[in-house]
Design a protein around this ligand. Structure first.
Ligand code: CP
Ligand code: NVA
Length: 309
C-alpha cells in the first residue's frame, strides 16, 4: 500500500518496508538528491498543545523548503481553548489545509482529530507516542550501524519515545531492551504489539529492572527526560530513576563503539551526565538534524500520490 493520504499516529499502521522507504527517502534528501516531488500549493496546519523546539522548527523548515506553507497554531489561541470540540476543529480545518499535524497531551485527542479529519493527520508527540522522533532515531542508527542492532533504552520505560522506538526497532528486526524501574515499564498493549512485530521480523524486546542487563554489549544507549511534559517533578521519581542514569560507568558495560542517543531536550545530571552528553559517543546533534530529513520524507510521502521510493 502507498503512503499517500494516510495518517501517521503511531507506527503500528506502517510495516517494515514502509518505514524503510521513509528512511531511504530521508537519507537521499540528506545526501543532496533532488526531492522526487514538492509541497507546492500544500498547506500544513501544526497544532501545538505543548512546547516544542525541534519538532516545530524541523516541520516548518521541511514544509517551506519543499515549497509548502506551514501554519503554526498554539492551541490556547484557538476556539478549542473555549470549548470548541476536536470533531468540529477537524471537520473545519480539513476544508482549509492538506494535512493536520498535532502535538497533544492525550493520545486520544489525536485519535479523535484523525477520526473526523478529511486530510492526513500526523502525530507530533502525545503522551503515548512520538513516531517522528523514532523515524529520525532509526535513520541515525542506520547511518552508523550495520546489521542487527541492540538498543538499550534506560530510564522512563513508559515514555512516548520509548514506546515509539520500541515499535520501530521491532519492525527493523533489532534487539530492544528497556532498563527501567518496575513502576515505569512500557504500556502493556504497546509492549505486546512490539513483541508480536519483533517476532515477525526476527527482532526481540526485553524489559528488565536491571540497568546493566539492559546496557550489556549494547550498540546504542538511549535515554529521555525523567519528566516528560505533563509529569509533575518529584524527588521520589528522581530517586527511583537514578540507578538508570546514563553515565560513564553504565556505558562501560556497552560495546566499545556504542553510540549515545537522546531525543532532547535533556536534563543534565538527571537522566544523563554532562561528560556523556557532550562526549565522543554522543550523536544527538546528528539525531536532531535527522528530524528535518525524516519530516521532509514523511510529508512528501503522505502528500504525493503514487510516490515510490
Ligand atoms: N525531540 C523533540 O521532539 O523535541 P521538541 O520537544 O523540542 O520538539
Ligand atoms: N518524552 C519527552 C519527549 C520530549 C521531546 C516528553 O514527552 O516530554
Amino acid at each position: 500500500m502507498g503512503m499517500y493520504g494516510r495518517d501517521l499516529l503511531s507506527l503500528y499502521e506502517y510495516d517494515s518496508d514502509e518505514i524503510k522507504s521513509i528512511i531511504n527517502l530521508a537519507l537521499k534528501l540528506k545526501n543532496g538528491v533532488h526531492p522526487p516531488s514538492t509541497l507546492k500549493g500544500k498547506n500544513i496546519l501544526a497544532l501545538f498543545e505543548k512546547p516544542s523546539t525541534r519538532t516545530r522548527i524541523s516541520m516548518e523548515v521541511a514544509t517551506e523548503s519543499l515549497g509548502g506553507h506551514f501554519i503554526y497554531i498554539d492551541k490556547t489561541t484557538t476556539q478549542l481553548a473555549r470549548g470548541e470540540t476536536l470533531k468540529d476543529f477537524a471537520l473545519v480545518t480539513s476544508r482549509y489545509v492538506d494535512l493536520i499535524a498535532v502535538r497533544a497531551y492525550d493520545h486520544n485527542d489525536l485519535v479523535e482529530i484523525s477520526k473526523w479529519a478529511e486530510v492526513p493527520v500526523v502525530n507530533m508527540l502525545t503522551d503515548r507516542f512520538h513516531p517522528l522522533q523514532a523515524l529520525a532515531d532509526v535513520m541515525t542508527i542506520i547511518e552508523r550501524k550495520k546489521g542487527r542492532v541492540t538498543i538499550a533504552f534506560l530510564g522512563d520505560g513508559s515514555a512516548n519515545t520509548c514506546h515509539s522506538l520500541m515499535l520501530a526497532s521491532s519492525k527493523m528486526g533489532w534487539e530492544f531492551r528497556v532498563g527501567c524501574p518496575k513502576a515505569l515499564t512500557p504500556n502493556p498493549e504497546v509492549y505486546k504489539i512490539a513483541c508480536k512485530s519483533a517476532s515477525n521480523n526476527k527482532g526481540s524486546v526485553l524489559i528488565t529492572d536491571d540497568p546493566l542487563e539492559a546496557a550489556k554489549d549494547a550498540d546504542v544507549v538511549y535515554t529521555d527526560t525523567w519528566f516528560s511534559m505533563g509529569i509533575k517533578r518529584s524527588e521520589e521519581r528522581i530517586k527511583l530513576l537514578l540507578p538508570y542514569q546514563v553515565n560513564s560507568k553504565l556505558l562501560s558495560h556497552a560495546r566499545k563503539d556504542v553510540i549515545v542517543m537522546h531525543c532532547l531536550p535533556w536534563y543534565i545530571g538527571e537522566e544523563i551526565t554532562s561528560d556523556v552528553a557532550y562526549g565522543p559517543k554522543s550523536v544527538v546533534w546528528d539525531q536532531a538534524e535527522n528530524r528535518l530529513h525524516t519530516a521532509k520524507a514523511v510529508l512528501l510521502l503522505l502528500l504525493t500520490p503514487g510516490l515510490k521510493v
